[in-house]
Design a protein around this ligand. Sequence first.
Ligand SMILES: [Mn+2]
Length: 441
Amino acid sequence: MGYMTHDQTLFAVSQDAIDRDNQRLMAAHLEDYAALGARLARSSIDIEDVVEKLLTLEVGLPSWGMVSGGTRFARFPLPGEPNNVFEKIEDCSVVNQLAGLTPRVSLHFPWDRSDDYLALRQYAEELGMGFDAINSNTFQDQADQKQSYKFGSLSHANPATRQQAIEHNLECIEIGKVLGSEALTVWIGDGSNFPGQVEFTDTLERYLDSLRVVYDAVPDSWRLLIEHKMFEPAFYSTVVQDWGTSILCAQTLGPKAQCLVDLGHHAQGTNIEMIVARLAQFGKLGGFHFNDSKYGDDDLDSGSINPFQLFLVFNELVYAERRALERKTTFNPAYMMDQSHNVTDPIESLLNSARAIAGAYVKALIVDRKALREYQENNDVIMAHNCLRLAFETDVRPALAMARLRKGGAIDPIANYRASGYRAEKSRTRKPRPILSGGIV
Ligand SMILES: [Mn+2]
């Protein structure tokens, strides 16, 4: 796997151009890298260890995020955006070529439906890409669908609607097997808009009965990721509304079931890093949907609003990683992005997001955990806090650039992407996508 060994004519962004630009920036980059290395060495951290660890970080890209997103008001299409799953994967491979951190795509069905999944897998492999968790969709009706999801799917009062939703998830598992995916993410929009509309207990019981059938069909080597969300589209109650319900469901179903944390699916002010710690402690942290938000489930670019929160989440992840290592247990959540790019070129947003996620990880890696533990044990509040602050305030960009370089990527990904003229070329060769009235793409 990897574009370095590949026929470079496959790529619209020329590897030669990236290499040339890297050479132009190399002297300054090496100077910055050496300065960061010296700075970390004073805290007994070897920058090479940090870069080595960063090279193991992989984050899945959302296929639905490759097209211009929309709000419930409007969607403004971007010329040259992808029209089908093949073109989405092509765009994902550009992100991976430049940033080197995102070798997998998470697909969403039926949005990404194709006639030939084996051909899709081969095409992705040619571009150095694989597949992350498959997402089922039972929150909207499709043209050819018998039962409506207006009043729910897996928890619907009508057994025929529940059965239809179950069968869709089973189909997603079968597609995932062909693609080489290893997880199914289930998020449902089921809930209620009015007090009295549904019985909380009965809907959750029906949801669990339905999900049990899906769980049993999930291969043993896979994960069933349960994604919770507090509200929307239902505005009074939601069946899987928080991490408490999520972990109860995951524990009820069994070891293959784990919880997925979408950073935008919580009440404002929620201490998300603490949820991460709790789920990790009890072996139920299965995956992430990275994004950022200001007001609700905004699906903004990772790290664009609250980079400190992203760092604190990774601080818990690194802690959980080390704890698992000491205890010889497994800790391996599936990291993915779930973003909606409404006013930017999705490729540029995802390049920025990959940098933000990698940056948060590196900052968490350089926390002096031995010193932190001592400060905590001595109740030295200011110094314990400063220990985190010092890591967060460190400019780790040279370490990120070095990791990108070692994967054949770019020191300056966005400049290289713009210089390539990729989007302009695609706007000439791809069909224009219809303007939808708004909302989901
Ligand atoms: Mn999500």
